[in-house]
Design a protein around this ligand. Structure first.
Ligand SMILES: *Cc1c(COP(=O)(O)O)cnc(C)c1O
Ligand SMILES: [Zn+2]
Length: 429
C-alpha cells in the first residue's frame, strides 16, 4: 500500500482525465492508486476516464504538442505536467509506406509499417514505461522494477538511469545477449532467474507484496493499469499520421495481448471523443503469435473462451508469455471487429525478418518477424482483405536479436582489394 510512504500528491485529477480504476471483469471501481487486481473478482483493473475531459482535447492542441507521445497527454492517465514526467520522451515513430512489401504479398491497398524500433531503447516498451513510471512517481514510488521478456528490461533500466532512480529488473536467464547487455549497461540491479517469464512474473507478484518492496513500482505488476495505457499512443499516432483516419486493418504482435487491446481502445476513444470518424465498415484487428507460444491464437482457432497456458519455446522470446494476462480481452477485440489471429514458426519468422528488411529497409527483431509472417498467412488464407488499407506494427529492433538471422546472411562476395579481383568477381558487370 502506498499510504505509509512519504507524502505524494497522487494522480492530480485537476490535470488528468483519469477518474478511477475499473475492473474489466465485474466493473467494480477503485481509486487511482497502485492496484492491479479487483478485490471482488480478481479481474484486471483498467483506467477509467471522464469522457467529457477527454473530449476537450483537440487536433490542433495535439499537433502543437511535443514531437513525442506526450502530445497525447490529455488522453493519458498521467504526465500532464512536463516537470513531473519520468521519461525518455518516446513516440512519434515513423509510419513507413511499404509498397514493395505490399506488391510481394499481393496487397493492392496501401500497406504501412509503424516502426516502433525507432524509440529511445528501440522497442514500443518505452511508451508503456514512460506512462507507468510517471504515474508511479506521482503515487510516491522511489524505485522502479519489472518482470521482463527483454525489451521492458531495457526500457525500465534506461528510464531509471535518466531519472536518477534505483532500478531492479527481473528477466529469465536464457534471454538473448542483445537484450541482457542493453539492460545491464544502464546500471541498476539486473536479476536473471532460472525459469520462464511466467516464473519471473509470479516471483515479482510475490515480491511486490513484501515490506522491502513497498517503495517499488513494478511497471507491469502493481502499476499495470497505467502501464497498459501507454500502448494507446501507438493507435493515436497511426491515426494522426494517416491524416486523422483509422486504417481498415491492423496486424499486432501479442505477448500478454495488452498492446492489441489498447490499440483497439485508442481507436474507439478517438471516435468517441470526436477526433476521428470511424472508417466505413469499422476497423479489423488481427493478432500475431509464434508457434512456440500461441495460447491466444489457439483459443480463437478452437472457438474457445478459455486460454490454456503453454510452456513457451522458439526464437520470438519477447513474445514468450505462456499465460497471457490480457488474452481474453485480445480475443474479444479480434472477435468483435471481425479480425483473426495466426502464428508463425521459427523458419517463417526468420524469413519474414529478411523479407521486411529487403522490401522496406526496416530491420525488425523476432517479434516483427512474427507479425510480418502472420500478415503473409492472413493474406494467403483470405482472412485479411488485400484491397483494404493495412498497418503492421513492428515493435522492436533487429540489432537486439541478431542471432535470429546471423547464420543466414553475410557478404555476397569476398575479394582481394584490387580492380582485377572486383572484375573477376563480376562486380563490374
Ligand atoms: C512486449 C512486446 C510485445 C507485446 O506486448 P503485450 O502488450 O504484452 O502483448 C510486442 N512486441 C515486442 C517487441 C515486445 O517487447
Ligand atoms: Zn472485479
Amino acid at each position: 500500500m502506498t499510504s505509509t510512504l512519504p507524502a505524494s500528491s497522487g494522480i492530480d485529477t485537476t490535470l488528468s482525465p483519469a477518474r478511477a480504476l475499473v475492473c474489466r471483469g465485474c466493473s467494480a471501481r477503485y481509486p487511482l492508486a497502485a492496484q492491479h487486481a479487483c478485490y471482488e473478482c480478481f479481474g484486471p483493473l483498467e483506467v477509467d476516464y471522464d469522457t467529457a475531459a477527454l473530449a476537450t482535447v483537440t487536433r490542433e492542441q495535439i499537433e502543437a504538442g511535443p514531437k513525442n507521445l506526450w502530445r497525447y497527454a490529455g488522453l493519458l492517465p498521467a504526465g500532464q505536467d512536463p516537470a513531473a514526467r519520468v521519461t525518455l520522451n518516446p513516440g512519434l515513430t515513423p509510419l513507413v509506406a511499404a509498397p514493395h512489401l505490399a506488391a510481394e504479398l499481393g496487397l493492392t491497398a496501401p500497406l504501412w509499417i509503424k516502426d516502433d524500433s525507432a524509440n529511445p531503447t528501440h522497442s514500443f516498451k518505452d511508451r508503456v514505461v514512460s506512462v507507468a513510471l510517471t504515474a508511479a512517481r506521482a503515487l510516491g514510488f522511489t524505485r522502479y522494477a519489472c518482470a521482463s521478456t527483454g525489451n521492458l528490461a531495457n526500457s525500465v533500466a534506461a528510464h531509471a538511469a535518466r531519472a536518477g532512480a534505483p532500478s531492479v529488473v527481473f528477466i529469465p536467464s536464457d534471454l538473448e545477449q542483445g537484450k541482457v547487455v542493453t539492460t545491464a549497461v544502464y546500471g541498476g540491479d539486473l536479476v536473471a532467474i532460472d525459469g520462464s517469464y511466467d516464473d519471473v512474473n509470479r516471483l515479482c507478484g510475490e515480491l511486490v507484496e513484501t515490506d522491502e518492496f513497498e517503495d517499488t513500482a513494478f511497471v507491469n505488476v502493481n502499476v499495470r493499469p497505467y502501464y497498459a495505457e501507454g500502448s494507446k499512443t501507438l493507435g493515436y499516432e497511426v491515426a494522426e499520421q494517416l491524416g486523422w483516419r483509422i486504417p481498415a486493418q491492423v496486424v499486432i504482435p501479442m505477448a500478454s495481448g495488452e498492446l492489441l487491446t489498447k490499440i483497439d481502445k485508442a481507436f474507439s476513444e478517438l471516435v468517441e471523443v470526436g477526433l476521428v470518424e470511424a472508417p466505413a465498415g469499422g476497423w479489423r484487428v488481427f493478432g500475431a503469435q509464434s508457434a512456440g507460444c500461441n495460447p491466444i491464437a489457439t483459443a480463437l482457432h478452437n472457438g474457445s473462451d478459455t486460454i490454456v497456458p503453454v510452456k513457451p519455446t522458439g526464437i520470438a522470446k519477447s513474445l514468450n508469455i505462456g499465460d497471457p494476462a490480457a488474452g481474453l480481452y485480445a480475443l474479444e477485440a479480434v472477435r468483435r471487429t471481425g479480425g483473426w489471429m495466426e502464428y508463425a514458426d521459427d523458419d517463417e519468422i526468420r524469413s519474414a525478418i529478411r523479407l521486411l528488411a529487403r522490401t522496406t529497409g526496416v530491420f525488425a527483431e523476432t517479434a516483427g518477424g512474427v507479425t510480418v509472417a502472420v500478415l503473409r498467412k492472413l493474406v494467403e488464407s483470405g482472412r485479411l482483405d488485400p484491397a483494404a488499407e493495412t498497418v503492421v506494427f513492428n515493435t522492436g529492433e533487429g540489432l537486439k536479436t541478431l542471432d535470429a538471422v546471423a547464420a543466414q546472411v553475410g557478404p555476397t562476395h569476398r575479394i582481394k582489394p584490387s580492380l582485377r579481383a572486383a572484375r573477376d568477381a563480376g562486380l563490374l558487370g
